[in-house]
Design a protein around this ligand. Structure first.
Ligand SMILES: CC(C)(COP(=O)(O)OP(=O)(O)OC[C@H]1O[C@@H](n2cnc3c(N)ncnc32)[C@H](O)[C@@H]1OP(=O)(O)O)[C@@H](O)C(=O)NCCC(=O)NCCS
Length: 169
């Protein structure tokens, strides 16, 4: 990773950086507003959520939100972005590592994430860091925008069977 980058807990002083990063990426306003709101709400409940930011020379250059689900012992990446000027330097990889440490500390079995099918950067990234495509969810984001879910399990306790195999009796 880029040198001298710290991954630290989010606090309210970092709120404006989330907007700046997402505006630079070009996200629609509804997603930016939701992301700011989520950072504030999630960071109030550290039992269930991890909210982390990447800082380089006192500037916030990326963030990640991770949620632990008690009922099925899985975690979800609820948001991840890196400033466009700082991409391809391992920042998102470091943020995902931190999210996975949070999830494993909670004894999660694995972690999953949803992204638009059209998000080639995001899809390439998740595959590069070991996430497998699980399923497509039609109309998940909008009527004309499907979602795709990627997942990673922390250890393979089974026999390596795929989901499809499991239902072939
Ligand atoms: C997806 C995103 C978070 C990746 O951040 P990043 O800091 O550039 O990622 P990393 O530098 O850790 O990339 C690790 C690996 O992922 C893959 N990867 C990352 N971005 C990629 C791209 N644009 N095209 C192809 N592969 C890519 C590469 O294999 C890369 O390793 P390499 O640079 O040695 O080839 C960033 O592009 C981003 O913020 N995108 C907009 C928001 C988004 O899509 N968030 C995720 C889905 S919600």
């Amino acid at each position: 990773m880029k040198s001298k980058v710290s991954i630290v807990d989010y606090s309210q002083e970092h709120r404006s950086a989330i907007r700046r990063i997402l505006e630079r990426i070009g996200w629609a306003e509804q997603y930016i507003t939701a992301s700011e709101h989520n950072a504030d709400v999630f960071s109030q409940n550290s039992n269930i959520y991890g909210v982390y930011i990447a800082i380089h020379r006192n500037v916030v250059i990326g963030f990640i939100y991770v949620q632990f689900h008690v009922w099925n012992q899985l975690a979800t990446i609820q948001g991840l972005a890196v400033d466009p000027t700082e991409q391809r330097q391992g920042i998102a990889s470091a943020l995902v590592d931190k999210a996975e440490v949070f999830a494993q500390f909670k004894k999660a079995r694995g972690i999953y994430v949803d992204t638009p099918v059209s998000n080639a950067k995001g899809r390439n990234f998740y595959q590069a860091v070991g996430y497998k495509c699980a399923y497509i969810m039609p109309r998940y984001y909008e009527d004309t925008l499907d979602g795709v879910t990627y997942q990673k399990f922390f250890e393979n306790k089974g026999n390596g069977a795929t989901v499809g195999d499991r239902y072939n009796t």
